[in-house]
Design a binder for this molecule. Sequence first.
Ligand SMILES: [Zn+2]
Length: 336
Amino acid sequence: MSSLLLPFAIRLSDGQLVSATDVPRGAACNCICPGCQGALLARQGTEREWHFAHVQATDCPDGYEKSVHELAKQRIQQQKLLLLPAIEASAQGWDAYGRLVEKKQSVMEARPVQLDECTKSRPRGEVTPDLTGFRKDREILVEITVFHRLMPEKQSRLIETGVPTIEIDLSVFKTQQATLERLDAELFENPRNRRWIWHPKLEEAKATVQAEVDAQIKAVQAEWEAKERLRPEPMPKPIWYQVRNATQFPTEAPTFDGRRWRAGLPEEARIATAIAELVSRTGISEDKVLALTRALTSRGMLEDITPTELATRWSHVLGLEEQEMALFLIEADYVL
Ligand SMILES: [Zn+2]
């Protein structure tokens, strides 16, 4: 920041802010600093941009910022030209599937307006905006920031006025040397360095897009809930998965983790399908399995045995692992 040169000064003859190009060189410039009111010299050298320097070396922390701020106000007031930022609202949210829902509404493009009149620092209720513009019977407030952000308290007061208000952000000059040309470009040609602090149409648009986002999220939520009600019970994990992840099967899980026998024996076709699966998984003889299942002729035969016990028993008969038989009993629909 210390490398920034004082670009503008107050000319004593008329109180106007001027560039070092507008005045005679040296002390003849007859200018003072907008920050400390100290006398200045106009430096018109060949190595650096023309600028002002304090006659007496002084600590002047505000001079640069004030000079930019004051000249920005003066330029808009002189030109009576205000570049209005676009009015556009957006809202976002997440739906039941975790998808981003985003709505945007553009009410007005950025556009320049010619003001009928523009006044500096005119108090408005409890707040004094940098500029007040008038166009026909309308009013607009302008706040210009350079080094410091707009304080929330001042922003609230500006909003309370109920008058459309914009902020122009000239923080680019924190790091970039300000010149009249660059300042004019920022003020009159850059729609992206400004925003609406308050505008009735912006508030309307914000409410509209928010309602649209809320409605979509709600609709997706309802759709999700409806699908959830129709969704079958999640598929059980194959019993061998549980077995591999358990330490003491089967003694610790005597009923397949809460599974129990169905009220009736499964359909023949269901059993046949499960047998075919078991045969293809293990290479066991189909007839051997059929011999076991056909021996189970009534549901009553299962009254005194748990699914785990039957799986164990059949695994011994067939020479297969218990978990294979457990899986078979589930696939054949013997258990709930
Ligand atoms: Zn100064």
